[in-house]
Design a protein around this ligand. Structure first.
Ligand code: PLP
Length: 424
């Protein structure tokens, strides 16, 4: 019997070789993920989990996920799809039935619909398909934290436009005009907004549309994932600015309104050439969204809808309670949001105060860290959303938890000591 000897080298076990090997096996991250920090929301959740594991009484009002279950008729549609054998690779753009249903609701053609693994994947497909290094994306702040990371991952640069409480957290036409440069590729709107709950009226969208009409190199992405959780009349960007449909993508999905965050189905309605470019990305990354989840989403879009107004009413009641309770806390001012399930109060008036153990609260992040340490309540600092001086609290939780959360916040603020040096 003959053997082929393949030469290989086993390094001697010396200290210096161990160090060499450690260096050799050290993970080298790609430049494109270099600037991506662990999301502040995830960091807060992890700190809350760590405290809970140590036996502390922790209440997290920090995540953006409905506490309701997926309605049973939607789950049934998924079981049926499995039993019918809808278990093979789906078409990359989405099943014909789901694309047709989405298109019909939006008054678009099915060829202009792309179904993806959540709205997040739609954003990733779209930016990966269209951004080159240095291209700019205008994002009004406060904004959903993932936007800037997905833009960075795609090689682009986020241009933040700060929209404070006085402006209803909304971008004005003048701000938009001033932010546009020859490098602008996209403006990314989100109405109703995460985290502020702001909703643009038809007139406000039309006014932004007038600016955009003068800049044909800028495309519009309108993230409308909270459209069915809206307490004032909702207008889609496509309805407000039909003349811009040739460079507009509307993003939506089933995660929020139908409590289907785990099913991972979202979609975009866009010009056919953009859909085609996005398919080139999606085809190599996911091959399309889960066939069973798409069957469930089809039922969500076309089936019984009574859970939508019921849950919207429940969210409105919770919103009213939380806004009143937080606004009554001295130093906290809580604007009334018109949609989604978040409040975005200001904590600016308590900054400069000192905690019972002598720590000066300088930033919103200091404030949120103090609230968590002092009372076990997890909330997210506004800086994570591009607008410091605020915090986000999600009211997609049971009423008892919201009452408990507001009481904890009140206790935390009550424990603060005015700073003698700054108070004078
Ligand atoms: N867009 C906004 C504004 C969101 O808040 C979220 C989730 O928090 C998403 C998109 C992502 O939705 P999906 O679960 O469909 O990926």
């Amino acid at each position: 019997m003959t053997y082929t000897i393949i030469s290989f080298h086993i390094p001697a076990r010396s200290m210096s070789n161990t160090a060499v090997n450690q260096e050799r096996f050290m993970l080298k991250k790609a430049d494109r993920i270099d600037g991506m920090a662990l999301s502040e929301i995830v960091a807060i959740s992890e700190e809350a989990a760590r405290l809970r594991a140590q036996g502390h009484d922790v209440l997290a009002l920090s995540t953006g996920e409905p506490d309701f279950p997926t309605p049973p008729h939607i789950c049934d549609a998924a079981y049926r799809a499995m039993q019918d054998g809808q278990t093979r690779y789906p078409p990359t753009a989405g099943t014909a039935a789901l694309r047709a249903a989405i298109a019909e609701k939006a008054g678009a053609e099915p060829g202009k619909v792309i179904v993806a693994t959540g709205a997040k994947q739609v954003l990733a497909d779209m930016f990966l398909a269209t951004l080159n290094a240095g291209d700019e994306v205008i994002v009004p702040a406060p904004y959903w934290t993932s936007y800037s990371d997905i833009v960075a991952l795609s090689g682009g640069e986020t241009v933040l436009v700060r929209c404070g409480a006085a402006a209803g957290f909304k971008m004005t036409p003048a701000q938009l005009e001033a932010a546009i440069t020859p490098r602008t590729r996209w403006v990314l709107l989100n109405s109703p907004s995460n985290p502020s709950g702001a909703v643009y009226t038809a007139a406000e969208l039309a006014a932004l549309g007038q600016v955009l009409a003068r800049h044909p190199h800028v495309w519009i992405a309108s993230d409308e994932i909270y459209d069915l959780i809206c307490y004032v009349p909702f207008t889609s960007f496509r309805e407000a600015c039909p003349d811009l449909a040739g460079r507009t993508i509307v993003i939506n999905g089933v995660s929020k309104a139908h409590a289907m965050t785990g099913w991972r189905i979202g979609w975009g309605i866009a010009p056919a050439d953009l859909v085609k470019a996005m398919l080139a990305v999606q085809g190599q990354i996911t091959s399309g969204a889960c066939s069973i989840a798409q069957a469930a989403a089809l039922e969500a879009v076309t089936g019984e809808q009574s859970h939508i107004p019921e849950r919207r009413d429940a969210f409105r009641d919770r919103r009213d309670f939380v806004v009143a309770a937080l606004d009554a806390i001295p130093g906290i001012s809580c604007p009334m949001p018109d949609g989604a399930f978040y409040v975005f109060p200001s904590c600016e008036a308590v900054l400069g105060q000192v905690t019972p153990d002598g720590k000066l609260l300088e930033t919103d992040a200091d404030f949120c860290a103090y609230v968590l340490a002092a009372t076990g309540l997890a909330i997210v600092p506004g800086r994570a959303f591009g607008l410091p001086g605020h915090f986000r609290l999600s009211y997609a939780y049971a009423r008892a938890d919201l009452e408990d959360g507001c009481a904890r916040l009140n206790r935390a603020v009550d424990g603060l000591i005015p700073n003698q040096r700054t108070a004078s």
